[in-house]
Design a protein around this ligand. Structure first.
Ligand SMILES: CSC[C@H]1O[C@@H](n2cnc3c(O)ncnc32)[C@H](O)[C@@H]1O
Ligand SMILES: [Zn+2]
Length: 439
């Protein structure tokens, strides 16, 4: 008998390693944060002795979800400015509010709120793009979640940095500080084609190559972005970025709602990843990303919620369902984006885009134990025929009962274990009082 830290016995297990592989009555054996075995429960009982055993008798366990694009601290702006198109929302509401309120304390409180919501919704890893990422990093560190934090660049002065040099310098400092952290990685995060110059993008491409990092950027979010670029540069944004050499497997292009056939071919040829944010795109009426056409070409599609100021939640279960359903409507074909594919987008595809698929994104021996348990015993998930279908089309985030990241339990029977829910809520309410009083 081998001694191990934890065994999770699950009625159903969806490891996300091979299409439609559903394991029944299996055990996930975890030691020092990693998965050391995944085998039938009867065998596990003979081979391993665990310090702790968790029986998930009516649950499905699967890899934690990866929210591949968001602005965590913006959770404090949830509901501040709704029902507006993107540029009105940004220019008249969000950017002025950010100028007034965003700082280290705001980002720490907003990140705690967002991370608490994500853990309760089964998200074990997120990719972020926001100011004061060191404040987010502190909450990532203390909460136990996993994250890829953006080294942001936006070419106007903000409370975070006054010019490009300062943005790049502060980004580099973040990278240096966390380069050996077991759960924090970094990415370059130039905001958008309309806020970052050619020269800066060229510098970012070189830096990303040197540090071997992904680059995330809002691209082709709206038709206005595309027509403005044609007026300013004589090119659509993607053509401009292609000429600069940005299209590569490093790039995670966020949104991509406006795409020609030729542009989709470029993405496929260059190995560009896409962070599809269907709810944010729908709410801002930005358009729809043609993900079924992109998938046909072999483009790796991942899913993000975007910030809670535009979504207005960080619910990856809702986002998976929206991605699957919207794709069918846009393609006029119900067979596109079946449930399993939506689950892949929210797990292994995102891990690949972030360069962390050797660590997370599926339940496999040697990977970190980033695991969620979903209770399938309730009325809403009866009867039961097909596990992926049930998870995407019938289950909600409220059915996530338990969450582990690197083997540490962050949610236990729906209770947060590393964040104080009352304190997080109280802080958010205090910020709202302040924001309300001056808005
Ligand atoms: C450089 S930090 C991120 C920056 O992006 C803003 N933002 C939030 N959501 C969106 C979106 O959907 N499109 C473009 N920009 C967005 C956020 O407010 C920060 O200023
Ligand atoms: Zn965004």
């Amino acid at each position: 008998m081998k001694n191990v830290d934890l065994i999770i016995n699950a009625r159903w297990c969806l490891p996300m390693t091979a299409e439609q592989l559903v394991l029944e009555n299996h055990s996930i054996v975890i030691h020092e944060g990693n998965i050391v075995a995944l085998l039938p429960q009867t065998q596990a009982e003979q081979l391993y002795q665990a310090t702790q055993t968790q029986n998930m008798d009516e649950h499905c366990v699967m890899p934690g979800l990866i929210n591949n694009h968001g602005h965590t601290a913006m959770s404090l702006f949830r509901g501040l400015a709704d029902d507006l198109p993107l540029m009105t929302w940004l220019n008249n509401h969000i950017w002025p509010a950010e100028q007034q309120f965003v700082g280290d304390a705001f980002v720490e409180a907003g990140s705690a709120l967002a991370i608490a919501e994500m853990i309760r919704g089964g998200t074990t890893c997120f990719s972020d793009m926001y100011f004061f990422p060191e404040a987010t990093a502190r909450v990532v560190d203390s909460s136990g979640i996993r994250a890829s934090l953006g080294m942001v660049v936006i070419e106007f002065p903000t409370n975070w940095a006054k010019d490009v040099n300062e943005y790049l310098h502060k980004g580099q400092a973040l990278h240096d500080k966390y380069r050996h952290h077991p759960r924090i990685t970094t990415n370059y995060a130039p905001h958008a084609p309309y806020t970052v110059s050619d020269q800066t993008l060229q510098a970012i491409i070189i830096n990303a190559e040197e540090l071997d990092l992904p680059i995330q950027m809002h691209i082709h979010e709206t038709a206005t972005e595309v027509s403005d670029s044609v007026a300013q540069y004589g090119k659509r944004p993607l053509a401009r970025l292609k000429d600069l050499g940005l299209l590569s497997p490093r790039l995670i292009a966020v949104h991509m709602t406006q795409l020609t056939e030729e542009e989709m071919d470029w993405c496929a040829e260059a190995g560009v990843h896409i962070a599809h944010c269907p709810e944010s795109n729908l709410k801002l009426a930005s358009g729809f990303s043609p993900i079924a056409d992109l998938i046909k070409r072999g483009v790796n599609i991942t899913i993000g919620t975007d910030g809670a100021a535009s979504n207005n939640d960080l619910d990856m279960f809702a986002e998976m369902r929206q991605a699957a359903i919207l794709a069918k409507g846009v393609a006029g074909d119900p067979s596109v984006v079946p449930a399993y594919q939506a689950l892949q987008m929210a797990t292994i595809n995102a891990a690949k885009s972030l360069g962390i698929d050797s660590v997370t994104g599926s339940l496999e021996i040697g990977k970190a134990a980033d695991i969620i348990a979903i209770d399938l015993s309730e009325i809403e998930t009866q009867p039961f025929y097909d596990l992926p279908s049930q998870l995407v089309y019938a289950t909600g985030r409220d059915k996530v009962s338990d969450v582990w990241v690197a083997g540490k339990q962050l949610l236990k029977q729906r209770q947060l274990t590393t964040l104080n829910a009352q304190h997080v809520s109280a802080q958010a309410q205090q910020w709202a009082t302040k924001i309300r009083s001056v808005s």
